[in-house]
Write a protein of this length. Sequence first.
Length: 118
Amino acid sequence: MCGATDCPRCYPLTRRQATVTERDRADALTDIVDEVMDYGRYPRTGRAQVDLYEFVSEHLDTSYAFELVVAVLSSDKETVQTRIGRLYDQVGGALKKHYIDTDLVEELAQEIADASEE
């Protein structure tokens, strides 16, 4: 340890944090939603802070499941793709709306801002 109070290695908690911009927040929200939609959870590894299964069961109408079953049982594959696309967009939008002003997004935005300043 060098002992200098401005040394980020010796005193990591006194390091100045970068200013978070709206762009950082938007990027953080997009990153979180994309990871949840791609992997079913955020973060992908470790303890999940967002779980897609729980989110869908708590925030969406269950009629979507019946729509998908009917679409799968029918022979019209275009209809299945259309409904899956619509559901994907609906869940992604609901995730964005739910998490837009949360500490989770703010923390990731701070990490993005800090990384871009380095």
